[in-house]
Ligand binder design. Structure first.
Ligand code: GUN
Ligand code: ZN
Length: 435
């Protein structure tokens, strides 16, 4: 007897994006189905559509009824620091002082593989409880932290991108590698993890301040040898950081010129923050296809500045959005949108709720060049799905009584929602939350 793979059918209201919508009138950019279904098998989506027609093609599917909740692709966080789960919510400092006083001491503890494993368990529990099914993370300088990061992701079959940070100066001794050891350790991790299951590696020089020119050259070599790996670093987050970088690299034209010189700017490059940019730097972003990453809760918390989403978009640049925990103050991509909305309001820029939810799903997937795998509910995609309850709290339910449109519901979710609004989350077709 031939055995057919088991199927699961999720029923509920469905929102899926095909392009970036500007507003409600841009109906070709998204599908909304009132009585919808997603059919899944072996970790992938077989079909998404109206319940009646998807149910007809299902074979012995287990039906899970999520009505009246809203189903969409799992959230994607494009910049987060795994070793900062015990740094989040540290008082009173701006970037460089915050790094020295809180972050570096905490990251030193990741020299211990047992600590790494324990924290990795917490890290993924947190991501999933907030509806984040994929993320791009900085591990600590220690190879053991990246091992724990990828091992735990594999346990849960999550599509995760990450890398050990390369840092060889301007930090305590316990956090420093060397140009050669950072190359060797990154190389070994790439060989072991990149493309294994759902894991992908990101070459991760922390930022120009903590890397010597020799180390950035090694990072550029790794990026050239592994063009399908991502590259991640930080750029122009804070004025003191920029001034220190200019001192350390006096020959560079500007901050971005440092990364440019070492071959670190490609469409796979993710540049955390990118707030205080010179006109030439914006030209280089547009030319190279490197992606700025907007981290609103972090930018507000560390007093870093206001990200110019509209200005960069007007130049054809694709911006990603992310939490940046532990500079960021929430694991929630909903809360990230809430603060992002306010950062843009302060600059008289708009963030429509449809564009917002596109951003944390398909938009971030596009920024990662992974939209054929994650970020949508298209047939063939990996079955990472979030189930949202816009009435999760009394305040939300009361507000929802007056909501008349999908966009209003989305705005309630992003303004008032957090982990309580995540009714369920599926990773590669498997429910991750206890009912
Ligand atoms: N720049 C270099 N390292 C970091 C970090 O850990 N967090 C933030 N927000 N900025 C950085
Ligand atoms: Zn960061």
């Amino acid at each position: 007897m031939t055995q057919t793979a088991s199927q699961t059918l999720l029923r509920g209201r469905i929102l899926d994006f095909h392009a970036e919508p500007e507003d409600d009138s841009h109906t070709s950019a998204f599908s909304y189905i009132e009585d919808g279904a997603i059919l899944m098998s072996e970790g992938h989506i077989l079909a998404t559509g109206d319940f009646a027609s998807v149910n007809e093609m299902a074979r012995d599917a287990v039906i899970v009824d999520h009505r009246p909740h809203l189903l969409m692709a799992g959230f994607v966080d494009t910049h987060i620091h795994f070793p900062q789960v015990q740094v989040i919510a540290s008082w009173g400092a701006q970037l460089l002082e915050w790094l020295n006083n809180y972050t570096f001491p905490e990251e030193m503890r990741f020299v211990d593989p047992e600590h790494c494993a324990t924290m990795a368990g917490h890290f993924y529990d947190l991501l999933l409880s907030y509806g984040t099914t994929s993320a791009v993370a900085y591990c600590s300088v220690h190879r053991s932290s990246a091992e724990a990061y990828f091992t735990e992701a594999a346990e849960r079959n999550m599509r995760m991108i990450g890398g050990k940070v390369m840092m060889d100066r301007n930090a305590p001794d316990g956090l420093l590698d060397t140009p050669q050891s950072s190359y060797d350790d990154s190389k070994a991790l790439i060989r072991k993890w990149h493309g294994k299951g759902r894991a992908l590696y990101a070459v991760t020089p922390r930022f120009a301040i903590t890397s010597s020119p020799e180390q950035l050259e090694m990072a550029g070599a790794l990026a050239a040898e592994h063009p399908d790996c991502h590259i991640q670093t930080h750029l122009s987050e804070n004025h003191d950081e920029i001034a220190f970088t200019r001192e350390l690299y006096p020959d560079a034209q500007d901050y971005l010129g440092v990364y440019e010189r070492y071959g670190l700017l490609t469409p796979k490059s993710l540049l955390g923050h990118s707030i205080h940019l010179e006109p030439r730097e914006i030209d280089v972003l547009a030319e190279t296809g490197a992606k700025p990453v907007f981290c609103p809760t972090s930018n507000l918390f560390l007093g870093s500045g206001l990200f110019d989403d509209q200005g960069l978009r007007a130049r054809g640049i694709t911006n990603a959005i992310a939490t940046d925990v532990g500079g960021g103050t929430s694991y929630s991509m909903l809360q990230t949108l809430k603060e992002g909305y306010k950062v843009l309001q302060l600059q008289k820029q708009k963030l429509h709720p449809l564009r917002a939810f596109h951003w944390i799903t398909r938009g971030n997937a596009v920024a990662l060049e992974l939209e054929d795998k994650i970020g949508t509910l298209a047939a063939g995609s990996e079955a990472d799905i979030v189930v949202l309850d816009a009435r999760a709290t009394p305040a939300m339910a009361l507000r929802m009584d007056r909501a008349r449109t999908l966009s209003e519901e989305l705005f309630v979710l992003q303004t008032l929602g957090d982990d309580r609004a995540i009714a369920q989350v599926y990773v590669a077709g498997v429910a991750m939350k206890a009912d």
